[in-house]
Design a protein around this ligand. Structure first.
Ligand code: SF4
Length: 235
């Protein structure tokens, strides 16, 4: 007989909460998350439009929540620009997570274009490992993923146990559509990354992000020409 998997009290609680969270509004999800996890609640964002919507709600409901930003050294200047505009507007506590290797050190060890020769390793060095360190000590992680962004995200729950980081991962925008997000941005006149006005529909590091043509899917400009669809921090 195979032994049943032992789950922690924390994980068991999240499994119970999952069904409840599924039917709640974003405000309820954030209030409950803050009540349960603050001050060990954190949001991550690269300040795409979904992140802006989540941040706008979070700063009204739990403004003490810090925000982790993965500074890979390969971000677009437009991304840094919107990050600063959002900081001015909301005054949130920013945690910039960086790799232990600078871009120059990485180039000396692995070559100038690791993002082309081994993008999984590059993402591991510049995103996955820095995030692992930044999330240490937190119990709740807010991320602005939507189910309709891509097939890789279609099964995310509003709240789920994250085995890798041993915490609750919360997706308050899981049920939102792209159109919902843009309607909210326009209605509230919120800042957004200027690259969205220049043909980009999903924005990551500049070497691995391109504009999207008519008829292409939302995340098809990420790692275009390869089979890679995710950097490894979410799925
Ligand atoms: S998205 Fe590209 S540049 Fe950024 S960490 Fe991953 S491989 Fe490197």
């Amino acid at each position: 007989m195979t032994a049943a998997k032992q789950i922690s009290v924390h994980e068991a609680e999240i499994n119970l909460l999952a069904e409840y969270f599924e039917t709640r509004r974003i405000e309820d999800v954030l209030e409950l998350s803050a009540a349960r996890y603050s001050p060990k609640l954190v949001m991550t964002s690269n300040f795409g439009v979904e992140g802006v919507v989540l941040l706008d709600h979070l700063m009204r409901l739990a403004p003490e929540t810090p925000v982790i930003y993965l500074n890979t050294g390969f971000q677009f200047s437009e991304t840094d620009e919107v990050k600063e505009r959002l900081r001015d507007r909301y005054k949130f506590q920013l945690i910039e997570a960086r790799s232990v290797l600078t871009v120059e050190e990485q180039a000396k060890i692995y070559g100038e274009r690791l993002y082309e020769t081994n993008s999984d390793l590059c993402c591991r060095i510049r995103k996955v490992e820095p995030l692992q360190r930044a999330l240490a000590g937190f119990d709740g992680w807010l991320a602005a993923l939507r189910r309709d962004q891509s097939p890789t995200r279609a099964a995310i729950k509003v709240v789920e146990w994250n085995e890798r980081h041993q915490l609750a991962k919360i997706h308050p925008l899981a049920k939102w559509t792209r159109s919902d997000v843009w309607s909210y941005i326009v209605k509230h006149n919120l800042p957004y990354n200027r690259l969205y006005d220049d043909g980009y529909t999903s924005i990551g590091c500049w070497p691995c992000t391109r504009r999207v043509g008519a008829g292409e899917t939302e995340r098809s400009g990420r790692w275009a020409g390869s089979r890679k669809q995710e950097c490894g921090i979410h799925v």
